[in-house]
Design a protein around this ligand. Sequence first.
Ligand code: HEM
Length: 92
Amino acid sequence: PFVPLRRITPSELATHGARKNESKLYWTVLEGKVYDMTPYLPYHPGGEKELLRVAGKDGTKLFNLTHPWVNWDNMLRGCEVGILVSENEMLK
Ligand code: HEM
């Protein structure tokens, strides 16, 4: 059956940032897909701190500046939460 992806706005994404985050779940966006990177934090070769720089926001630019050769789509399989939509898109 068709299971629609969960739609996530920038403001919901922002509640999963490095600070003032009650849930302690850290989300980021890569090419429009929202990922919960929490399970991956201890395994990142670049360290947790670097990952947390993109928590709660779009990480695509920084990711591609650092290591464009890394296959994030494969690595974060199973960590996908949904897709990013604009606040306006959400009202439709
Ligand atoms: C290294 C994955 C996000 C900074 C790496 C490596 C992987 C990886 C697999 C090893 C690459 C190699 O040796 O060729 C990821 C994933 C990310 C992510 C899946 C997204 C969820 C970021 C972000 C930064 C960052 C946002 C911020 C600048 C680094 C650095 C290294 C590294 C500095 C080099 C570590 C070293 O070799 O000493 N990352 N990364 N990464 N990553 Fe990330």
